[in-house]
Design a protein around this ligand. Structure first.
Ligand code: BDR
Ligand code: CA
Length: 339
């Protein structure tokens, strides 16, 4: 029993922006699926993207920041949308494991986007995030799509942010399934387990979208082909990004059936799960990230009994974890918003 959290009630899982657009800030490491996620978020009238920050992960900080700027241009994002650089590497004794093979040339799967002249803030990502959260206390959702280094720094340097954030939606972990970095770990959490641990201990409500869900929500040709044929440059770009990801998956789909090329668009599912939580199946509980294990450093540990009379830990029940997802629903959402 090692709970230090201040439990906060979990929000009911309702579609975002029912009344007015939900303010969000996105920390990311584009990255092919990050790019799809950004394009989806910026195309969604339910969301008001107030800032985008970057963290090294899929590629170096310079590369992911340049990619984020290019994607924001493609999305037609406002020129005054703040873009800021975050952490260039993990906290402490983590090692950064590049995922270049998955993300391909330029970490955008060879997508040829023009260089951007968009301004990158002089302020650090942490300051930009802290300011956005302080400006709209209780309202802002932070969507974290990369290693959690920058998010952990935000919560450490600005403890008020943990109380003022409405929620953190994060793509990361392999809760009850096989990992993609090691047998038990997923890339984002494995990149910086110490940071991820701090985020899970901060007491902020979490919506976790791990591989359990993203590997089920595979997007196939029925989505990719209409996107590639779209009149909209964003749609065609998303089609190309999905096509790139499809070629990176090995073997049959996650259900064990078929073998059609299909893409796991991890980060896009996290945004989709914010827009429409009914796309995923959720369990509630407490979560932590293993930091000491010789073989399991970076593993996401979920206690579904947390906060119940039969609790196995003293962890607060601050998390919802997606354990399955609807592939057709994700495909429809991408087509609807981007084709
Ligand atoms: C996560 O790792 C990265 O390669 C992707 O962008 C995604 O955020 C999936 O494990
Ligand atoms: Ca990512």
């Amino acid at each position: 029993m090692d709970d230090v959290d201040e439990p906060r009630p979990l929000f009911p899982l309702e579609p975002a922006g029912a009344e007015e657009p939900l303010p969000v800030v996105v920390d990311c490491d584009p990255g092919v699926d990050d790019a799809v996620a950004l394009l989806l978020a910026l195309a969604a009238p339910e969301l008001d993207v107030r800032a985008v920050t970057t963290t090294a992960g899929n590629a170096s900080l310079d590369v992911v920041t340049a990619n984020a700027a290019r994607v924001l241009d493609l999305a037609g994002a406002r020129a005054d949308l703040r873009l800021a650089r975050g952490a260039a590497g993990p906290l402490g004794r983590a090692r950064r494991e590049r995922d270049a093979d998955v993300h391909g040339v330029g970490a955008l799967g060879g997508l040829d986007l023009p260089p951007s002249s968009r301004a990158v803030a002089d302020a650090s990502a942490v300051d930009v995030l802290a300011r956005a959260v302080a400006e709209w206390p209780g309202e802002v959702v932070l969507v974290a799509l990369g290693p959690l280094t920058t998010v952990a720094a935000l919560l450490a340097l600005h403890p008020r942010a943990a109380a003022d954030l409405r929620e953190v939606v994060l793509m990361g972990g392999a809760a009850f399934c096989e990992g993609n970095a090691t047998p038990t770990t997923e890339f984002n959490l494995r990149c910086d387990p110490d940071a991820a641990r701090r985020v899970t201990e901060a007491g902020v409500p979490l919506r976790v979208v791990p591989l359990d869900a993203t590997q089920r929500a595979l997007v196939g040709r029925g989505t990719t082909e209409p996107l590639l044929a779209s009149d909209d440059a964003r749609g065609r770009a998303v089609g190309a990004l999905l096509q790139h990801l499809s070629t990176r998956r090995r073997g049959p789909d996650a259900t064990g059936a078929g073998g059609e090329e299909a893409a796991a668009v991890h980060d896009a599912l996290a945004v989709a799960a914010l827009l429409d939580p009914s796309l995923c199946t959720w369990v509630g509980g407490g979560v932590r990230v293993e930091t000491a294990g010789e073989l399991t450093r970076g593993e996401l540990v979920v206690d579904t009994t947390a906060g119940t009379p039969r609790a196995r830990t003293g962890w607060a029940r601050t998390a919802r974890v997606a354990v399955d997802a609807d592939p057709d629903g994700l495909g429809r959402l991408l087509l609807d918003r981007l084709a």
